[in-house]
Ligand binder design. Structure first.
Ligand SMILES: [Zn+2]
Length: 272
């Protein structure tokens, strides 16, 4: 009888199936990709993904312990080269490591976007730099605060500048455009792009008056250059709820909404 049971268990593990899929194998710098794992057996532990020397925990999809997913960010400054994605999962007490090769490719962003701003707004002051903003983005809420909802636009308006443009401020290349700009006169409603919790409400050097929303699992959206805040830190917000009014605060050439996104503390294209 014991041998018989052992054989059954052995045969289950021999034929147990784990499917791992990547949403993309060619990934543009500054964008996001997903790793999805589906098993025909329940997994006792959440699988991990190792990508560019960082370990990311995978999360269950709809609470199932057979289906997991994680969204991974590719930094804008990533080298255009092959990278390895390693998925690690425990099955029947054995640690499995599956490797996938991906290509980081050029996002072909606009090269020279010339911006003229007030002299004092070209470089960040030390005082501002010392404030620890990264503490906000570094916090990873383990729950999906979007409640499995997809993202929507923060307003319906013309996009005046896309994510990723290389920018020249007053004649010097300083950085790239870290978000998407929407044309918006002062006082236009700004809507939460998804469900979440307000993580920060603050007046910053570049971004001006800004609201950060934590969507869980390392994902944050933020909304800059506001004239008025309509939410407070810690407040639960619903997708489509008005969180503030657009304005012209911070480093800006004219009133607009700068909408941006961070995933595991890495800036990615918010519209993707
Ligand atoms: Zn912008």
């Amino acid at each position: 009888m014991k041998t018989f049971l052992f054989l059954i268990i052995l045969s289950v593990s021999l034929f147990s199936k784990v499917d791992i899929n990547l949403s993309h194998t060619k990934i543009k710098n500054g964008t996001t990709f997903a790793v999805i794992l589906q098993s025909d057996q329940f997994l006792s532990q959440a699988p991990n993904v190792i990508f560019k020397n960082k370990t990311y925990q995978m999360f269950t999809i709809n609470g199932s312990t057979k289906k997991y997913r994680v969204f991974l960010p590719v930094d804008y400054y990533s080298k255009k080269q092959k990278e390895n994605v390693q998925v690690r999962y425990l099955l029947n007490g054995k640690l499995n490591k599956n490797n996938f090769a991906i290509d980081i490719i050029d996002g072909n962003y606009k090269k020279n976007e010339i911006i003229k701003v007030a002299k004092g707004k070209v470089t960040l002051s030390n005082k501002e730099y010392k404030k620890v903003y990264s503490n906000v983005y570094s916090k990873i809420t383990l729950y999906d605060l979007t409640l499995n909802s997809s993202f929507s636009d923060p307003m319906q308006s013309k996009i005046t500048s896309a994510f990723g443009n290389a920018r020249i401020y007053n004649g010097t290349t300083k950085s790239y455009h870290t978000g998407t700009d929407y044309r918006a006169k002062v006082g236009t409603n700004i809507y939460a792009s998804n469900n979440g919790v307000v993580a920060l409400v603050m007046d910053r050097f570049y971004l001006g008056k800004v609201v950060y929303i934590d969507h869980g699992r390392g994902a944050y959206s933020y909304y800059s250059h506001m004239s008025d805040f309509l939410v407070k830190k810690g407040q639960v917000v619903k997708k489509g709820e008005v969180i503030g009014k657009s304005g012209k605060t911070g480093r800006i050439t004219g009133p607009h909404l700068h909408y941006a996104f961070r995933l595991y503390n890495i800036t990615v294209d918010p519209l993707q």
